[in-house]
Design a protein around this ligand. Structure first.
Ligand code: ADP
Ligand code: MG
Length: 395
């Protein structure tokens, strides 16, 4: 894959596909991690005299302009972090975008409005996507793909624009891919994978593929109850995906056969309701009362998980161990994060909520080898799928 070092960008208009899909509440950015992750590439291009035109998406506005999904607050934050003005175009590839991009001097930066305000961005129809890609590509002379969180999408800005302009991978994508290669090729062992989060169905593909690669799979979070149920235990009102029970049983069987260790929690924090102030107790994982729901792994499980990480050489973690957004159910996630930090292993945190959890619980980012900006993208890579945005950059 070509990188920006291979491009002669001085004086050129460079379209950068970034991932600036940050959480916004009441017009305020609550976690600017993804904006920060995109800074090095933008800064390097500025220093080398490029006219930098950044494009990105925010949320799911479904192909039409919706003010609550405007990238305007992101333009302001990007400007603060860069210490430079960021010109903001009020459309994606229309009059404002053309004027804004055309008005840039060398080293200046513009941000286009939310890509997903245009139906062509996400269209399944090649011609509709292509027509939008033509308009986007016309704004620039070069393309840099750096939105790792979107590389698993066959979207115009990710997949079709690089076919229309000389292109290269930005620093973020180059780093993310190098990390993922360490999780898939010549992996240092023992290789432990920690999976959590809300839905088992999101993570089945990755479990399927990792059953042939990981030495240990530790499971927590909302998905654990489908595993516990598959083993015949009561799970009360906890999250449960009945339609995945057979698949999960099959994975447990395959793991035994392949000698992959599945580590499930031994205790659970079970509450009377999905609320921070609901009465809650620690109960054995095989005896969750029928009128309770499990909202975190318990303290013994936290110790067990940390112990199974302590001697690992490689750890990949995706998905919080509990409802970390509420303090009483954040301890399992904290224990696992601490387990990664203490392990001395090559540690990778993937997933938007997992990355947010680590920061929210006060862990320093440099306690981990890498915090990925792309949850879905890193999972699909680990599933062994080809990612359209990476393929397009390689061509
Ligand atoms: P990521 O974004 O890191 O991939 P997910 O999106 O899969 O993670 O899951 C994150 C969500 O899972 C969090 O909002 C968290 O509250 C929720 N979660 C974790 N454990 C539970 C549980 N026991 N019950 C309900 N939700 C849970
Ligand atoms: Mg998530």
């Amino acid at each position: 894959m070509r990188t920006i070092d291979d491009l002669d960008v001085a004086g050129k208009r460079v379209l950068v596909r970034a991932d600036l899909n940050v959480p916004i509440e009441d017009g305020r950015i609550t976690d600017d991690g993804r904006i920060r992750a995109g800074l090095p590439t933008i800064s390097t291009l500025r220093e080398r005299g490029a006219k930098v035109i950044v494009c990105a998406h925010l949320g799911r506005p479904k192909g039409e302009p919706r003010p609550e999904f405007s990238l305007a607050p992101v333009a302001a934050r990007l400007g603060e972090l860069l210490g430079a003005e960021v010109a903001f175009a009020s459309d994606v590839a229309g009059e404002s975008a053309r004027t804004t991009a055309g008005g840039l001097a060398d080293g200046e930066v513009a941000l286009l409005e939310n890509l997903r305000f245009e139906p062509g961005e996400t269209s399944k129809d090649d011609a509709e996507r292509g027509a939008f890609a033509d308009r986007l590509a016309a704004l620039a002379e070069l393309y840099v793909g750096d939105g790792f969180g979107a590389v698993h999408r066959r979207h115009a800005s990710v997949f079709d624009v690089p076919k229309r302009l000389p292109h290269a991978a930005g620093g973020l994508i180059a780093t993310e891919v190098a990390v993922l290669e360490r999780l898939t090729e010549d992996v240092a062992r023992p290789y432990a994978v920690v999976l959590g989060g809300s839905k088992v169905s999101d993570k089945l593909g990755v479990i399927d593929n990792l059953l042939g690669k990981a030495d240990r799979i530790l499971v927590g979070g909302g998905m654990v109850f489908t595993f516990l149920r598959a083993q015949g235990h009561e799970v009360g009102g906890s999250l449960l995906e009945e339609d995945q029970l057979d698949t999960v049983r099959e994975y447990l069987r395959r793991a035994r056969e392949a000698g992959v260790e599945f580590v499930l929690p031994v205790d659970i924090v079970a509450a009377t309701a999905f609320a921070a102030d609901a009465p809650h107790d620690v109960v054995p994982a095989d005896a969750i009362p029928a009128d309770r729901l499990g909202l975190d792994i318990g303290p013994e499980s936290g110790k067990l998980f940390a112990a199974r990480l302590a001697d690992a050489a490689t750890v990949f973690w995706n998905g919080p161990m509990g409802v970390f957004e509420m303090e009483p159910y954040s301890h399992g996630t904290r224990a696992v994060a601490q387990g990664l930090v203490d392990s001395g292993a090559f540690t990778v945190v993937g997933g938007g909520d997992s990355a947010a959890a680590v920061r929210r619980l006060g862990f320093a980012e440099d306690g981990f080898s890498h915090i990925s900006t792309g949850g879905g993208a890193s999972l699909e890579y680990l599933e062994g799928k080809a990612l359209p945005g990476l393929q397009a950059l390689e061509d």
